[in-house]
Write a new protein. Sequence first.
Length: 274
Amino acid sequence: MLDAVARLVAVADGNTLLVTHGNGPQVGMLAVESASDPVLDRPFPFDVLGAQTQGMIGYWLAQALANALPMRRVVALVTQTIVDLEDPAFQKPTKFVGRGYEARPPAGAEWTMHQDGPLWRRVVASPEPLEIVEIETIKELVSSGTIVVCCGGGGIPVSRDEKGILRGVEAVIDKDLATAVIARHTDADIMLLLTDVPAVLCDYGTEHERPIHSATVEELRAMGFAAGSMGPKVEAACRFVEATGRRSAIGSFDDAADLLVGTAGTSVVPATKL
């Protein structure tokens, strides 16, 4: 956590940060614990698990950022993301959560399981993120210069009925696609997608593998990337660039400052800016 925050601090000088984060390992662990807890009448649903992990990871990030940047205001905000209950993702769960098992399903678990390599893992629905409920509050905080940690794990999945009533939904949301939504609606100058590889790779896993330093939306979409790895990050970057005409970048956490200025990672740009 401290290493990650150190990279964020490197890009904070002169900039207002809006930080999102993943929660895959944590939400998977809590789901298993909840399913095996004899005190509970039923396991906690994924909207509740999402809220728990947002609070936990948001607390860690906000505290570490405030300690590193004592002159800056920092807040972690539990965030809800609107999804459509008619999204086809609910009929075909595909998002892996939690650890792998040698057989399916673990005793007593009423889960949908798919194979992930040699193991079986639980899958849940991952609908499209449509809207961030707290977006106006986030915009006000960002405009005041506050560093905001929000939309953890893609946000808590919720639906809104015809009367405007919000209700939690049993699903998980892709964090990168949700980040693109929030970046567009906060008028972000740039969206950085920080990961554990230095750049998007062309011909990944072959002898012709090579990093992509700069590409347009059209070029990246024509290449195709795996849904379980780089695909969501590439799609999120493309959506941001299409909607704003601004640059996005994908690359290593260690290179965050260089990604910001375009000297590292993969820059995703409009065709006219190449």
